[in-house]
Write a protein that binds this ligand. Structure first.
Ligand code: HEM
Length: 380
């Protein structure tokens, strides 16, 4: 049903993703993986840039698509189908403009934290020291510069949720009743059965200030919505706090890293290197938590305000079919991810020096996992 009713909008958007992003990625990814010793350096660099551009374009089309589902605009309804009326509004509307940067920055931060952790790991093991220093310094600089910008975009993303999806906002805040002034629940265990927050730590009036910039503003609670229009609370509430918490860890690691670098103690502060290593999953956790917040919080709608998730399901689909396909996905991804994790672990464990010395297998030797040839140029 979803495809039938939203196809005229979602179909072209996903098609553009295929034309632009997949084409670039598929063409240049092979060069990036296997071409280090075979292609001229300028072409190798160009290929890496094209893969990067491809993934960014991909994220753009996906965010256009998803943002249209979050806040549908630029369409008309003809015979029950959503038909595009204004493509410009669909690909450059106010929601895409804040969500796409939030997603792009999330990807850069995830990469930055992985690079920081890898550099810290090598330093702790006393291996690949030149490359490790480059990774640590560049990773810390990248994350330290980007994280405040990400927090700004997180804030404006929150404002769009408040304006266009107030029920999701109330769920994120675990605000069961309308309050004036509204408190901010920092942490609690929301209980959907009694519609109360257990063990809550709250700051009076702060909820009004965060949402409206005014200490006494009235903020809508979930009670204002019919039960069938309310989203679940637990996942958006904890997902949001997990995402923000990960962002705060990134801020602490990167800014403290800058301070240590300035004091000339970055490479020798072992507890910091351990902290940097252990913070490697923060980006991945934040991205997943963010998406759970966005997607669960928009329930019970698949196209917000227009098409309910339960009405979007193919009528002939039985529960058994869904369980079977879900299990098949889980099984396939479990295999792919296991090999992927193992492969990446070996790349990192052996490091660039192994590749240069011809240790490791032939594929490892060619993979551009780290700056094999660049440290002297960048400064080591
Ligand atoms: C103060 C920090 C942050 C705030 C206030 C914030 C705010 C938000 C909000 C309100 C949403 C839900 C948007 C929706 O329902 O459409 C969201 C989603 C998301 N966030 Fe954050 N965020 C913050 C930090 C981060 C960090 C550090 C990352 C990753 C490194 C991140 C990654 C994401 C992702 C991937 C999504 C889902 C995509 C989207 O809806 O835009 N966020 N964020």
């Amino acid at each position: 049903m979803l495809a039938e009713r939203t196809g005229p909008i979602q179909g072209p958007l996903l098609g553009y993703e295929g034309f632009t992003a997949f084409l670039l990625e598929a063409t240049f990814f092979g060069v990036m993986l296997l071409g280090r010793d075979r292609a001229p350096p300028w072409f190798y660099f160009f290929s890496c840039c094209m893969v990067s551009l491809g993934t960014m374009l991909s994220s753009f089309w996906i965010l256009c698509n998803n943002s249209w589902m979050q806040v549908p605009l630029g369409h008309v309804i003809v015979d029950g189908k959503f038909v595009p009326a204004d493509w410009w509004a669909i690909v450059s509307g106010p929601i895409v403009r804040v969500r796409w940067p939030h997603m792009l920055l999330a990807a850069f931060l995830t990469t930055g934290m992985s690079i920081i952790a890898t550099g810290a790991w090598y330093l702790l093991r006393g291996r690949q020291l030149a490359e490790a220093r480059v990774m640590l310094r560049w990773g810390i600089a990248l994350v330290a510069a980007i994280i405040p910008v990400q927090m700004f975009f997180g804030h404006v993303t929150g404002l769009y949720v408040l304006n266009y999806q107030p029920a999701k906002f109330a769920a994120i805040e675990a605000r069961w009743t309308t309050q004036q002034p509204a408190s901010e629940v920092l942490i609690a265990i929301p209980d959907p059965w009694t519609q109360r927050n257990l063990l809550a730590i709250e700051v009076p009036k702060l909820g009004s200030f965060i949402a409206s910039g005014n200490w006494d503003a009235k903020e809508i609670g979930l009670e204002a919505y019919r039960p069938e229009d309310r989203p679940p609370v637990l996942i958006p509430f904890f997902g949001f706090r997990l995402m923000v918490g990960m962002g705060l860890i990134m801020l602490a690691v990167s800014w403290f890293g800058v301070w240590l670098r300035w004091r000339g103690k970055l490479d020798s502060t072992r507890w910091f290197l351990w902290a940097a290593l252990l913070s490697f999953p923060t980006g991945f956790v934040a991205v997943l938590a963010g998406w759970f917040t966005a997607e669960v919080g928009r329930q019970p709608w698949v196209v917000y305000g227009l098409l309910r998730t339960k009405d979007a399901v193919t009528p002939s689909l039985a529960t058994g079919d869904v369980v079977f396909s879900l299990l098949a996905y889980v099984a396939v991804y479990a295999v792919i991810y296991s090999f992927g994790f193992y492969y990446i672990y070996r790349l990192l464990r052996d490091g660039p020096a192994a590749a240069e010395e011809g240790r490791g297998d032939s594929t490892l030797a060619r993979v551009p996992a780290v700056a094999m040839r660049t440290p002297p140029m960048i400064g080591g």
